[in-house]
Structure formats: C-alpha cells, structure tokens
Design a protein around this ligand. Structure first.
Ligand code: WT7
Length: 635
C-alpha cells in the first residue's frame, strides 16, 4: 500500500502504525517511489541519539533541484511554478513556469560558478521576497553550495554575525526592498555588515527599487548583466544524501544564534511528504504560504515542499496591511488560492479590523487553511475558521521548528478531525513523547509535559554549524536518548497534542523566535545600563511582546527615562532588528536573583503579565524585597 498520499483516517492510522513498527521500511518506500535519484541508498537510517549522529539514505546520490524542477519539465513545463505577487497591487503579478524557472536557476547557477563558488561553499542570501530569492536558493542547491538565507529584516550587525559564523564567500542582495509603504535600504545594510566580513569577496546585487546605492569596485556586481551573459543550461552537481543543503539561523536561549544545518536527501523526502499531506495538494491547486523565505517556513513550504510536488507556489512581497487590511483576501480572490498558510499574529491583526475586508472578497477557491509559528489562541482559531475557512475548509494548526525541517504535528485535512487550539496528531514517522520533571516518560493522557521525540525523522537538523557539542547539549542531553523540543505540551484524552509554549528563555513575538540573551546583550552595551532582564508577556496581536527590566548605572540616574528607552530600542534595532524592540521598559533598582546569581525570570514574567497572585517559592532569593518594589512600579 502506498502511504505517500493519505486518504482518510483509517489510512492515516495504518501509515502511522507501519511508520512506528518499521520506520526504515516506511521511509524506504516513500523515498523509493516519489523521487529521482542518481543512485539509491544502501541503508535507510543509522543513528545515535546520545551522540546526535544521524545518517539517512547513506550511499544515495541526488540533486534536490532535479527533483524540484527538471523532473517536472516533461509534464508540467508550462505550468506556473512560482507566482509572484508584488508589494504594489498595481504592479503586475509574474507567472514563472517550470521551464522558465529551470532557465533562471541554470543561469544563476552558472553565474555563481563563474564567481568561483563551488560545492560546499557557503552563500549568504539577503534578499526581499522577490523571485530572485527562490532562484538563488535553488541555484545554490544546484551547484552544491550551502545557502544561508538571512531574513531581510535583520540589522547589519546580525547579518555580519551570521556571515562570519558560517564563513560565507559571497552575498546576494538587492538595491532595496519594498515593504508596504516603506522601502528598505538593503544594500546599505550589507555594506555596513561587510566592513567586518573580510572573507566575502563578492556581492551580487539585484535591481529592485532603483535606489541610489554605492557599488564597491571589484567587489559588487549588478546581477542582471551577469545573468544575461550566462548559459540557460546547467548540469546539476551530484550530491551525497548527507551533504549539507543549507544553514538557517535560529535564536538560542543563550549566546549567539544557532546555525541549524540541514542536509539533502532526508530534508527533501520529509518536506515533500509533509507538504503533500498537510496541504493535500492536488494538480491544479494554487498554494500560498505568506511567510518569508528568510524563515524555515519559507524554505520548506514556499520553495522546497511545493516545488518537489510540482505545485504552483505563491511568493508575496508585501505585508497584510498594504494598501489596506484586505490585501490577503484580495490576493486569495485574484489568484484563486486553494491552500492558504499563515501565522496567528497575522490572523489576530486582521481579526481586529472590519469584517468587510474579508467579506468583500470571494474566498470560495479555498480548500485548506493553515497556521504556524506559535500557539493559536481560541479566539483567533475561531475567527480564522469561521470567516476565512467559512467552517468548510479544515484548519491545520501545524507544529514544528527550524530544527525539525518540516511539520511534525498537525491535522491532515479531510483526514483528522480538527479541535480548536490543538495541533492534534503526529505525522507518520513522528514519535512524540511527554516527559515529566523526573525525566520519565508520561504514559497517561490529559497531562502536560515536556515535548520530546523518541525517534529520528528524515527532516531533522543534523548539527549546529561549527558546534556539534552545542547541538548535542541543546537538544539531546536534557532527556537522554530523546530530542528535546523546548516546548511544553498537553495531551488530551484521545491523544491529541496542544502545544502550550516555550519552556526556555525564548519568546515568540509575532511568530519570530527571539532569544532573550542576545537582546539583553544589546541593551547592556548602553553606557548607562548596568544590567537587564527581558521576558515575554501576552500581547493581543503579537502573541507576546517584550518587557525589559533595566538597572541603570549612576550615570543614567539623572537622565530622562523616555530618552533612555528610545536609545535602548535603537541599540536593539541596530544589533538585532526592529522585531526585537521592547514594548515596555521599566527601570529597576535590582533584579530578583537566586543565591547562585541566576535571575528568577518566572517572577519577572508574572509581574510583566500583571499577575501578582502567586509568585511561588521566593525563599531562595538573595533579595526577596526587590519583588515588591518592582511590582509596585510596574508599567
Ligand atoms: C517554535 C519554533 C515552524 C516554523 C515557524 C517557527 C513555536 C511553531 C507552532 C504551533 C504552537 C508553535 C514553538 C516552536 N511554534 N508552530 N503550530 N503551535 N507553537 O519556527 O522560529 O524555529 O520556532 O515556534 O514554540 O518551538 P521557529
């Protein structure tokens, strides 16, 4: 029986059972029947959870872009692969067919090779949501270079850190980017970053906004003339199954961002399989994921998953509020979108606006609607389900992470009955467990625990670039023999999972995963700041917002607090980006600390939330009196 495309609940249970009883046979068949290989594998899987070593499809040879593009040419050459919807609704949408995509990727691949980029080199991509972004990603994969896409909302400092961490040789960027009514000076940001990146030898620049920019002689090149000269054919590099495909940075709870490394064959099999089933893609569907390719959602479910299935995937350059709050629904109507995938933060923002924005558009093309990025609250779930899905389209609440490569827990539309706020059941091949405080596996239902995975899946990250020890410690040590997700979850009486949120010092703001430590580091650079602690607190639209508790040095004491707040947020914008700005900043004389010097964030979190009911045990605090003082001056 084929399990590539799950038809109904019974079929799902069969697939699931098979995938747990014999995972190797399960993935062997999926990989064997649905992809093009130069050579097949000798072994499906070898692994060691203690050492965090995973080897999927050992011995196989392939190129992922042959699977994303070439193999579709015969049957789908004239089908739209990428449908580009520009920021400005008056600018015409672009339909890029599979044939055209082949040629654009081939040209880009040739340009990169002419720039001296070869297999294994790292390429930094810092582009807005324009077709060149997807084309660059695929061109890297075509030549075996490792792409490292940095979200074009990150600051020069953040870009610099990421370029240097993975030692990128080249940067692909644009003269600027459009975002709603704003334009962003991307090239200026790249120039600033590169002051401290000695190993970057060349920069390729896409023309998008026609902004005046400076081009550094010998380093910077306009991309278009190079593409015009390049051949439109390219022989793909032959890659091994575990050759690196890309690095994508995600925030850690401490220190610098983690460059999660994904490899070729497992990622391909997993993103293709999950895309097919979670969105139930059918041949003439037009699928739209509103994420940015700068995040894993865009990698797996705008580029790779859809193209692997020969889908039409929409790339939207703009924002949901421009030119007005009806933009998403206008696009759904205009392109007859069948699957629509967005984030709770966008839903909450749109739900606040007049319902006419939704109702003035014909959304009858929709078949499946999806959510990703953070827990979706009950109210947002119902608004989305009622007004967008019209109670007719299944709402898939998809739980996963940058580290997991693809969706692990989600309803399958028309298969799994949905339940508000529940990500529901694991995909075939995924084995979640809940762990208690004593590190024992919880067998019962209707309990909350720490969400772990007890068996590998093909799409998982293989390491943190340059730091396997950190990979092991972060994910495979807390619960020996298991992958620790960092999230807590509740399992209900029938085995459905509801994700309750992060258990570590990561806060999800508008769907962006932010580590508190790097933000604190940025604030502490302010000359008037002695120390700081950041926590998240619930926010109507953003899901969470950031609350900063800041201790000033004497030099700061006489200064206007509002000016200080502004300067602190400017520092954060410079170091990380505007997404990490603090909503509230309270100046405090001290922070609640344990005798070992650890800040008791749990208390700060409660104060930020305005919940003064039960601080729990504060007897281990060195300075319990500070709690009262901070509480009284809360803003
Ligand atoms: C964290 C991972 C996966 C792509 C976007 C975020 C939270 C993600 C859900 C969901 C509840 C969710 C988790 C997870 N999260 N999706 N459907 N329900 N929480 O990727 O930046 O790596 O963040 O996002 O806390 O650990 P990421």
């Amino acid at each position: 029986m084929s399990y590539y495309s799950i038809k109904n609940l019974e079929h799902y249970f069969k697939a699931y059972k098979k995938s747990v009883k014999d995972p190797k046979a399960f993935w062997d068949k999926i990989a064997d029947e649905n992809f093009t290989w130069y050579r097949k594998w000798d072994k499906v899987l070898e692994y060691d959870m203690q050492e965090a070593e995973f080897n999927w499809f050992d011995g196989a040879k392939l190129n992922i872009t042959k699977n994303c593009i070439d193999r579709h040419l015969a049957k789908r050459g004239d089908k739209t692969a990428i449908l580009f919807e520009p920021n400005d609704p008056k600018e015409e949408a672009q339909h890029i067919t599979y044939k055209q995509l082949y040629e654009r990727v081939a040209k880009m691949a040739n340009v990169l090779q002419e720039q001296g980029i070869t297999k294994g080199d790292r390429v930094c991509i810092y582009l807005p949501m324009i077709p060149e972004l997807a084309v660059s990603v695929l061109a890297c994969a075509r030549i075996g270079a490792v792409h490292s896409v940095v979200f074009a909302g990150f600051s020069a400092k953040a870009l610099e850190t990421r370029i240097n961490d993975s030692d990128c040789k080249i940067v692909i960027t644009a003269d600027g980017g459009f975002r709603g009514s704003k334009t962003i000076d991307l090239k200026g940001i790249v120039d600033d970053a590169l002051e401290n990146c000695p190993d970057v030898k060349s920069v390729l620049v896409v023309k998008r906004t026609n902004a005046e920019i400076t081009m550094k002689e010998g380093r910077d090149h306009w991309l278009q003339p190079l593409l015009d000269m390049a051949s439109g054919n390219h022989v793909a590099e032959i890659m091994k199954a575990e050759d690196p495909l890309f690095i994508l940075y995600t925030s850690g709870s401490t220190g610098k961002p983690k460059g999660m490394l994904h490899t070729t064959a497992g990622y391909m099999v997993y993103t293709a399989y999950t895309f097919k089933n979670v969105f139930r893609y059918e041949e003439n569907d037009v699928y739209w994921c509103t994420a940015d390719i700068g995040w894993i959602t865009g990698h797996s479910y705008i580029v790779y998953g859809p193209l692997l299935n020969g889908a039409t995937t929409v790339m939207f350059e703009g924002v949901p509020s421009y030119p007005d709050f009806g933009r998403f629904w206008e696009i759904v109507e205009k392109h007859k979108i069948t699957q629509f995938y967005t984030a709770p933060t966008a839903i909450r923002a749109l739900a606040k606006e007049n319902l006419d924005y939704v109702e003035n558009h014909d959304l009858s093309s929709l078949k499946v609607i999806g959510s990703v990025g953070e827990p979706i609250n009950e109210e947002a779930w119902h608004w989305y389900n009622d007004h967008v899905g019209k109670k007719r389209c299944p709402l898939v609440d998809t739980w996963w992470q940058t580290e997991t490569g693809g969706i692990l827990i989600s309803p399958l539309p028309f298969v799994t009955p949905t339940k508000p706020t529940y990500a529901s059941l694991p995909l075939p091949g995924v084995q979640p467990v809940l762990m208690d405080e004593l590190r024992n596996e919880i067998e019962d239902n209707q309990v909350v625990g720490s969400l772990c995975m007890k068996f590998p899946w093909p799409g998982m990250a293989r390491t943190i670039w340059g730091n396997h020890q950190r990979f092991k410690e972060t994910y495979f040590t807390a619960y020996p023999g298991k992958y620790f997700t960092g999230d807590g979850a509740l399992r209900d009486e029938v085995g459905y999972y509801r994700i309750t949120g992060r258990m570590d010092d990561v806060v999800i703001v508008s769907g962006h995963n932010l580590g508190t430590a790097p933000i604190e580091d940025a604030i502490n650079e302010h000359p008037a700041v002695a120390e700081s602690a950041i926590v998240g607190f619930p926010h109507d639209i953003k899901g969470n917002a950031l609350y900063g508790f800041v201790i000033l040095k004497e030099t700061g004491a006489g200064r206007d607090p509002n000016n200080l707040r502004k300067e602190i947020n400017e520092l954060i914008t410079d170091q990380i980006g505007p997404i990490a700005k603090l909503e509230k900043i309270q100046f405090v004389p001290g922070l609640p600390k344990t005798r070992s010097g650890k800040i008791m964030r749990r208390i700060l979190r409660k104060i930020a939330e305005g919940d003064f009911s039960n601080f729990g045990d504060i007897s281990t605090l060195l300075n319990p009196e500070i709690v009262e003082e901070i509480k009284e001056n809360r803003i």
